[in-house]
Design a protein around this ligand. Structure first.
Ligand code: SF4
Length: 557
C-alpha cells in the first residue's frame, strides 16, 4: 500500500499499527482499564471482534466468527455458558451467521478469549474491522436434495485461508464480505456480497458455480455483478479459494478507495471500473484461465427461505428449524438447544447451523425423534412451528448497543412480531427487516418489507420512526425495495405492516391450492401509490411525498 496523508483517518491508524497487533495485549488492556487505552488501540480491537458499546461506556460487544454459521453442540453449549458468565445472559445471532455478545468488560477478555480458543476451538479474528468478515453460506449446504455440487468443508477452508494470511488481509480499505454455497435456491444471498458463488448448470449439462462480485447494501445498495465465469465441479476446490483470495487482494491493493471512508467498499470499485475490469485483473493474478461463459450472470430460480421448518435431508435424516425471535436467545436456551441436539440427533451427527434470518437449525434428526424434539422446543419457548412471521423477521442491534443507531430496534421488533402474530395469519412468508439506521445490517432493501430507523414529529413530539420499503428481492431479476411511506411513528409501524400483509392476502394471485403468488411478485405488480394507500392507518397522515435517497438519509442521520 502506498500511504498518502490525505487518506481517511482510520488509514493513519492502520499505518501506525497492524490491526492484529492488539491480539496479544488483552491482559495489558484488562490491567490498564478503559481510561488508559488510547483511541488507536480501541479502534484496532475491532480486528479481533471487539467493539466499544458507546451508549454503555465501559462495555463491549464481542462478535464470534462462525463460518457458514456452523456449530457443534459442545460449542453452542460453551457459548451459552459464556453468555451467562460475561454477557448478562443472552446473545444475538447476526444476519452474517455470527454470534455476538454484549456487556463484556475489558477484564473479561483474557479469560474469555482463552476459553473460546482452547475449550471451544472458535475465534473472533477478523470478525469486525477492515478485514475479510465471516463467510456466509446456506445452513443446509451439502445436505439438501437437489444440490448439484458438493462443497464439503470449503467454507471453513477459505475462512482459515484468510485467518492464516494474517497481515496479508488485515489492512483492506474496508470490510470484505463473502458468501460461499451451492444452495439450489441461493438462500445464502451471494448478490449482496463483495464476492459470492451460486450453483449453476452449464448449457452442456455440467454442474458448477458462477461468481458475482461487488454487491452490498448499506446506504448505497448495489447488487453484485456476474463475472460470467463457470467453475466446474471438479475445479471448485482449487479455483474458489484462489478466486476469493485474489479478489480480496485486488480490493486491498486499490489504494484509491482509501480516501473516502464511505466509498471504500469493493462495490464502488466494481461499479466504477466494471466487472470486466475486475474479471481481467483476477485472471491476471490467478495465472491460469478461468472458463468464460457470457450466459452465467445471476443465480436463477428459487424463492427465498432460510430452510427453517422440518426439512428432509439427503442422508435420510431431517433438519428441524428453530425460529429465534428477532435473533436474540438466552444463554439458557443456547445450552438447552445444544443438549437437545445431542439427545435427539443421529448418533454423533448432531450439529447446529445458524441462518441469515437469525434462526437455528438442528441437523440430522431421525424422523422418529421429531415429535419429541418439537415438544421439548415448545417447552423452551422456541417452538419449531411458530407463525411464519417469526421465521422471517430479522432485527439489527439498534440504539441499545450500536453506536450508529438512530432508533431502538430489538424491543420494537418484539412488539411488532407479537402484534403481527395476533393479527394476521400467514400461509406464505413475508420477510420483515427492522434496521436502526440506513446501514442496513438487517438487510432492509432486499426484504419483502424493510424498515429504516429515522426520527419524526408525532403528536408534537420527536419520536422514533421508520421509513417503510416494500418488495425487495434477490435472484434472476433482483430488486431493491421501494419506499412506500416515510417517517411512520415507531409505535404505529406494526399497523402499517399488518395493513400491507392484509392487502397481499386479498390481492395476490392464487394459482391453485397451496400455490400462491410470492409477496415480492405481488408488490412488483402495484404502484407505490397503490401500496401506500393499502398501508394507510387511521389517525396518522403521511408527510408530503418526497423521494428520500438512502445515501441522503445516511447523511442526515
Ligand atoms: Fe447499528 Fe445501523 Fe447496523 Fe442497526 S443497521 S446495527 S443501527 S449500524
Amino acid at each position: 500500500m502506498n500511504f498518502d496523508p490525505k487518506m481517511a483517518k482510520v488509514e493513519h491508524i492502520k499505518q501506525r499499527a497492524d490491526g492484529l497487533s492488539v491480539y496479544g495485549r488483552l491482559a495489558e488492556f484488562a490491567a490498564s482499564g478503559l481510561e488508559k487505552i488510547n483511541a488507536d488501540d480501541l479502534t484496532l480491537l475491532r480486528w479481533i471482534g471487539i467493539y466499544q458499546q458507546k451508549p454503555n461506556e465501559g462495555h463491549f460487544m464481542w462478535r464470534i466468527k462462525l463460518p457458514g454459521g456452523r456449530l457443534a453442540p459442545s460449542q453452542l453449549r460453551g457459548l451459552g455458558h459464556m453468555a451467562q458468565r460475561y454477557g448478562r445472559g443472552f446473545s444475538d445471532i447476526t444476519t452474517r451467521q455470527d454470534i455476538q455478545f454484549h456487556w463484556f468488560t475489558l477484564q473479561d477478555f483474557p479469560e474469555a478469549f482463552a476459553r473460546l480458543q482452547n475449550e471451544l476451538g472458535l475465534h473472533s479474528i477478523f470478525a469486525c474491522g477492515d478485514t475479510p468478515r465471516n463467510i456466509t453460506s446456506c445452513p443446509l449446504d451439502g445436505l439438501l436434495a437437489g444440490q448439484s455440487v458438493q462443497l464439503g468443508d470449503l467454507v471453513r477452508q477459505v475462512s482459515d485461508l484468510f485467518k492464516a494470511g494474517g497481515s496479508e488481509f488485515s489492512n483492506l480499505p474496508r470490510k470484505f464480505k463473502t458468501s460461499l454455497a451451492a444452495c439450489p435456491i441461493h438462500c445464502h444471498q451471494p448478490q449482496i456480497n463483495d464476492v459470492g458463488t451460486f450453483a449453476v448448470r452449464h448449457r452442456d449439462g455440467r454442474a458448477g458455480l458462477g461468481v458475482v462480485v461487488g454487491g452490498g447494501l448499506s446506504s448505497s445498495p448495489m447488487f453484485a455483478q456476474g463475472l460470467r465465469i463457470f467453475v466446474p465441479a471438479e475445479k471448485i476446490a482449487q479455483q474458489i479459494p484462489d478466486i476469493f483470495r485474489h479478489a480480496a487482494l485486488i480490493f486491498r491493493d486499490s489504494d484509491e478507495l482509501r480516501f473516502k471512508r464511505k466509498q471504500a467498499r469493493m462495490k464502488f470499485l466494481v461499479a466504477q471500473k466494471g466487472w470486466q475490469w475486475f474479471g481481467a485483473e483476477l485472471q491476471k493474478r490467478l495465472g491460469y484461465e478461468l472458463e468464460q461463459d457470457e450466459t452465467i450472470v445471476n443465480p436463477v430460480g428459487g424463492l427465498y427461505t432460510d430452510h427453517t421448518g422440518i426439512v428432509p435431508l439427503n442422508n435420510g435424516l431431517f433438519s428441524v428449524g428453530v425460529p429465534v425471535e428477532r435473533g436474540r436467545w438466552s444463554g439458557e436456551q443456547m445450552i438447552a438447544l445444544a443438549d437437545l441436539t445431542e439427545r435427539f440427533a443421529q448418533s454423533d451427527l448432531g450439529e447446529i447451523r445458524l441462518s441469515q434470518r437469525q434462526n437455528a437449525l438442528l441437523l440430522n434428526i431421525p424422523q422418529a425423534h421429531i415429535e419429541a424434539l418439537c415438544a421439548e422446543l415448545k417447552g423452551l419457548g422456541l417452538p419449531a412451528d411458530a407463525p411464519l412471521w417469526r421465521q422471517s423477521l430479522v432485527s439489527c442491534t439498534g440504539t441499545q448497543f450500536c453506536n450508529l443507531a438512530v432508533v431502538e430496534t430489538k424491543q420494537r421488533a418484539k412488539e411488532i412480531l407479537e402484534y403481527l402474530e395476533s393479527q394476521v395469519e400467514l400461509d406464505s412468508p413475508i420477510m420483515v427487516s427492522v434496521s436502526g439506521c440506513p446501514n442496513s445490517c438487517a438487510q432492509l432493501q432486499i426484504s419483502d418489507i424493510g424498515l429504516t430507523g429515522t426520527k419524526a414529529i408525532y403528536n408534537d413530539l420527536k419520536v422514533d420512526a421508520y421509513d417503510v420499503l416494500v418488495g425487495g428481492a434477490l435472484g434472476e431479476n433482483p430488486k431493491f425495495g421501494r419506499q412506500i411511506l416515510a417517517k411512520v411513528p415507531a409505535q404505529r409501524v406494526r399497523e402499517v405492516i399488518a395493513a400491507v400483509a392484509r392487502a397481499y392476502l386479498e390481492h395476490r394471485i392464487v394459482f391453485g391450492e397451496g400455490d400462491v403468488e410470492a409477496f415480492r411478485d405481488f408488490a412488483a405488480r402495484y404502484t407505490i401509490e397503490q401500496l401506500a394507500q393499502w398501508a394507510a392507518i387511521e389517525g396518522w397522515t403521511p408527510p408530503p411525498p418526497r423521494q428520500v435517497r438512502l445515501d441522503e438519509a445516511a447523511a442526515i442521520n
